[in-house]
Design a binder for this molecule. Structure first.
Ligand code: ATP
Ligand code: MG
Length: 409
């Protein structure tokens, strides 16, 4: 099957936004079916350009994904252009109209007449109501080519690509499509070259699986793509080789994994953060239900805050400095005691660009975790040459990973 994308919108051609809708579809297509798009076009909000592009695609392709211009305002006229190209008129779709009315009512907003325009679709089009927005998606033929029309708002776009477009492309492709599976294994704290070395023995063993390495700092992911049974076998063997370095798979996140561990243990955590300034707390509280296991987080930025809120001794600060293993330990034990919870964790370091010592230059971070029955773990990292924001993120992830390993014990 020959598949194309057509993105509409002036913003895409004036450098305001990148066409991430088409790339989302392209990725999903490759992951799910191993198919690649043969041609991708971007056109401005001009009727004649959109109609030309629709006609040109209709003459070449079997299936085309069209993004954008289905909104309620006067600059949204993709449905009108589709009708023109197909030589049919626009008609009101009762289900779409009802969907728009119901959405507005639920939000307590008044429906204006331009909103009702979104219920107008080319005659004969198959309409798919959009759970993420008011404009529906629709499917229609122009000539012998199948067109999928999808709103431009990325959240709505993704939903309709998954629910409307991909299943129909699978049907359209018939026997020429071989379903593929994607497995993702996530690590942090190791570089991607190390990840590759770890799983290298499996590459010749699974010739039909593509091993991909993706960096999402401070995480590194292994992506396995191929026939479902091969991917599953490669996933199990990869996990065995990566071992404790893997924190999760698929949609799992590091904060989510730490939260799940604490929930399972029915234990709680308190934090003392210095150079991360609350980043660890922000990440952990992004997990729904975090109040079930996160008690508190203190941003103990100055020496006096470390003493008052985390019980750090003046002597330790004077002898070892605020960025030291001794102070990190005292911070973790201190917040644990102050919050009266099972776990305490801390981070202190030099995020730069100035500061640091000869022994502990900018980029040096000390972490500590304190737990039940005298449990204590510390770590020192030295991310020299990294800029401030990356050091802060790396430190936050390293602390969550130290927690994950501690909570396993
Ligand atoms: P709306 O109801 O918002 O008007 P629409 O279907 O008419 O939806 P557009 O007007 O084309 O869609 O785009 C709406 C917004 O979605 C744009 O302002 C832009 O932020 C985003 N968007 C549109 N097209 C793309 C794209 N190809 N890639 C990424 N984002 C996009
Ligand atoms: Mg619009």
């Amino acid at each position: 099957v020959r598949i194309e994308t057509l993105a509409t919108g002036d913003e895409l051609l004036t450098g305001l936004i990148a066409d991430t809708n088409s790339t989302y579809f392209q990725q999903r297509l490759l992951e799910r079916f191993g198919l690649t798009v043969r041609y991708g076009a971007v056109v401005p909000d001009l009727r004649e350009d959109i109609i030309d592009a629709l006609n040109a695609a209709a003459a070449r392709a079997d299936a085309v994904l069209v993004s954008g211009g289905l909104g309620p305002t006067a600059d949204d006229f993709t449905a009108e252009c589709a009708a023109k190209a197909a030589g049919v008129e626009l008609v009101e779709h009762a289900g779409a109209l009802e969907h728009i009315r119901a959405r507005f009512k639920k939000r307590g907003i008044e429906v204006t007449s331009n909103n009702l325009r979104q219920a107008q679709v080319p005659r004969g089009a198959e309409v798919v109501l959009n759970a993420e927005g008011s404009a529906p998606g629709f499917v229609m033929r122009i000539g012998r080519c199948t067109f999928f029309f999808v709103p431009g708002v990325p959240r709505e776009h993704r939903w309709l690509v998954d629910e409307m477009v991909l299943p129909r492309i699978e049907t359209l492709g018939g026997a020429s499509i071989t379903p593929r599976a994607l497995a993702v294994i996530k690590t942090t704290g190791i570089v991607e070259s190390k990840l590759e070395v770890l799983v290298a023995p499996l590459v010749p063993k699974f010739p039909r699986v593509t091993f991909g390495y993706r960096t999402h700092p401070p995480e590194n992911h292994l992506k396995l793509l191929g026939p479902p049974a091969d991917v599953e076998a490669a996933r199990v063997e990869s996990l065995a080789l990566i071992g404790e370095l893997a924190f999760g798979a698929g949609d799992e996140t590091l904060p989510g994994v730490v939260g799940a561990q604490l929930s399972r243990r029915q234990e709680r955590l308190a934090l003392a953060e210095s150079c991360t300034g609350g980043l660890v707390a922000a990440e952990l509280t992004s997990v729904p239900g975090a109040s079930g296991w996160l008690e508190s987080s203190a941003v103990t930025y100055t020496e006096s805050a470390k003493q008052r809120w985390a019980g750090v001794e003046a002597k330790a600060l004077a002898e070892h400095g605020a960025v030291s293993e001794v102070v990190a330990k005292q911070m973790a034990h201190g917040v644990r005691a102050a919050a009266k919870v099972e776990w305490g964790a801390s981070v202190t370091g030099y995020a730069g660009p100035t500061g640091g010592t000869e022994k502990d230059p900018v980029g040096t971070v000390y972490l500590a975790v304190a737990g039940p029955n005298g449990f204590e773990r510390t770590a020192r990292h030295s991310w020299t040459g990294m800029e401030r924001e990356r050091i802060r993120r790396a430190a936050a992830w390293a602390l969550m990973d130290l927690l994950r390993r501690s909570l396993k014990a």
